[in-house]
Unconditional design. Structure first.
Lengths: 113, 111
């Protein structure tokens, strides 16, 4: 059974700092990996999707990398802002058709002024 | 929220009563999903649909049923609600291998 772990569970950084969020998964037979953002009381917003054949994806200040063989992904946030404060979740898709994602429990990020 | 509407947004019900949650999409995506989110467990897949009348079980399907009679609507039914089904329920949609788009969620409390 696939298990997804995100460490740390919570992180506080000052504004402007670059930071890395970590995600690890136990079964390397995945089709893709997604990073999501969730604000309190809200649904999830997909930030980046990395196909299993890709090594990284970038969107603005966000860069996600994938090392499938070692079961690891990182989300790099450059020049963090208070508006980046949210919970970040990673999820892996092992199905290849329907996106039956297995989620980590997330990293709660707070960016302070 | 990418054309996804969940209803109701909040519901309080009593143990043993049936409950139906509705998800409506305007994006014509093939796949629709129901997830539940609980502290310490993250999001877990309950059921999903890959087309009209085509559904399958997810990781935590016991006590839940689903139906999809139209492309745009996906219903989740708790046949006889239990306190362990108190949770936040999210509907999501996608096409093959594409990003998931989530609704705003339904907070369900079973007393």
């Amino acid at each position: 059974k696939q298990e997804v772990t995100q460490i740390p569970a919570a992180l506080s950084v000052p504004e402007g700092e670059n930071l890395v969020l970590n995600c690890s998964f136990t079964d390397s037979a995945i089709y893709n990996l997604q990073w999501f953002r969730q604000d309190p009381g809200k649904g999830l917003t997909s930030l980046l999707l990395i196909q299993s054949s890709q090594r990284e994806q970038t969107s603005g200040r966000l860069n996600a990398s994938l090392d499938k063989s070692s079961g690891r992904s990182t989300l790099y946030i450059a020049a963090s802002q208070p508006g980046d404060s949210a919970t970040y979740l990673c999820a892996v898709d092992g199905s290849g058709t329907a996106s039956k994602l297995t989620f980590g429990t997330g990293t709660r990020l707070q960016v302070t002024l | 929220d990418a054309g996804i509407t969940q209803s109701p947004r909040h519901k309080v019900t009593e143990t043993g009563t049936p409950v139906t949650l509705r998800c409506h999409q305007t994006e014509n995506h093939r796949y629709m999903y129901w997830y539940r989110q609980d502290p310490g467990h993250g999001l877990r897949l309950i059921h999903y649909s890959y087309g009209v009348k085509d559904t399958d079980k997810g990781e935590v399907s016991d006590g839940y049923s689903v139906s999809r009679s139209k492309t745009e609507d996906f219903l989740l039914t708790l046949e006889s609600a239990t306190s362990s089904q108190t949770s936040v329920y999210f509907c999501a949609i996608s096409d093959v291998g594409e990003k998931l788009f989530f609704g705003s969620g339904t907070q369900l409390s079973v007393l």
